[in-house]
Design a protein around this ligand. Structure first.
Ligand code: ZN
Length: 342
């Protein structure tokens, strides 16, 4: 047959034997997953497209009369194909992104997020008593400069609020509410300020009490867990409380010694390069690192990198020729010896 009807069972991840209850459950689960409020950029339009498809599938399959007509229209070959798809899809959904929403601030996944707020599918153990809100996890990125001084970060969290269009019921005059995609909830962003102390380590999990999701029946808010991620610096990198950087020097600065200006996390400082410094040797600047847990300060270590000028003058050339005439050990003898063992 020439029909281009979409495979509605496949969209819902169900087989043709699905009960009306299975259809409803699958719809609600996927509607939460695709909720466009929770996505941005390219993912958002993709989710909007998926939701439209889902909605269309649900409108047909949830109506016994329309479902019957649909089943009659689609051929038995389509049927067996969609069964295979349904199995594959249900499996991937079990491990899909519903349970991996930590980045956007939804700790326990989207389904839990709505279910806990609206008490759906979960009976409160003691109805009438207030219930503490869920904990939320999110990641905050700080710079090395922030680690040096400490910083107050504004963290944006998404929080469920009942849908104003349908009053949280998910439907409007017998149809799915388009404002909340039938979930009865919208996500609203809430900005909070969090103080990050100086000297914080990468990967620290900070607990911010009472900044999680609101509780039920006037219960306390849950807690916020912040994963602190330190952005690698362009010049400095951190090792414990010390900072490291590469310091380019001219050959004559290394050979004869020099006083040069070097960067630190605060302001540039003057430093003496000792005469006869070898390439890759390190200069230690005491107390120019990061604050330590014990109230001290780490060091800044500069590794000398001897660089050659791009072009040399005729005069420099003469000087190099004089240098070349002197006797030097072969700088390659070590790698030639080592290369025998590679
Ligand atoms: Zn709504």
């Amino acid at each position: 047959m020439g029909s281009t009807t979409r495979d509605y069972y496949r969209i819902l991840g169900l087989s043709r034997a699905a009960s009306p209850d299975d259809i409803k459950k699958a719809f609600r689960r996927l509607a939460r997953q695709y909720h466009p409020d929770l996505h941005s950029g390219a993912a958002k339009s993709e989710m909007e497209r998926k939701f439209k498809e889902l909605n269309e599938a649900y409108e047909v399959l949830s109506d016994p009369e329309k479902r019957k007509q649909y089943d009659q229209r689609s051929s038995s070959t389509t049927w067996s194909r969609s069964e295979t798809h349904a199995k594959g899809r249900a499996k991937s959904d079990d491990f899909g992104f519903t349970s991996r929403q930590t980045q956007s601030g939804f700790g326990g996944g989207f389904a839990d997020f709505f279910e806990n707020l609206f008490g759906e599918q979960r009976q409160s153990p003691s109805p009438g008593f207030n219930e503490q809100g869920e904990d939320v996890e999110t990641t905050v990125e700080v710079s090395l400069r922030d680690v040096y001084w400490g910083v107050t970060k504004r963290v944006s969290l998404l929080e469920p609020v009942p849908c104003a269009t349908c009053g949280g019921s998910g439907s409007l005059r017998g149809r799915i509410c388009h404002a909340c995609f039938g979930t009865g909830a919208r996500a609203e962003s809430r900005v909070i300020e969090v103080k990050i102390p100086a000297g914080i380590q990468d990967g620290t999990k900070m607990r911010v009490a009472g900044k999680g999701r609101p509780g039920g029946n006037g219960g306390k808010r849950g807690d916020l867990y912040l994963h602190v991620k330190i952005k690698p610096g362009k010049v400095f990198h951190r090792e414990g409380d010390d900072l490291h950087a590469v310091l380019p020097v001219w050959p004559w600065e290394a050979a004869l010694g020099a006083e040069v200006t070097v960067p630190t996390l605060t302001q540039p400082v003057r430093v003496k390069i000792p005469a006869g410094s070898a390439a890759e040797s390190k200069l230690r600047l005491k107390g120019k690192g990061l604050p330590t847990a014990s109230g001290g300060q780490g060091d800044l270590l500069l590794t000398l990198q001897i660089i050659m000028p791009r072009a040399i003058s005729e005069e420099a050339r003469t000087l190099y020729q004089q240098l070349a005439r002197q006797s030097h050990p072969d700088p390659r003898s070590e790698i030639i010896a080592k290369s025998q063992h590679d």
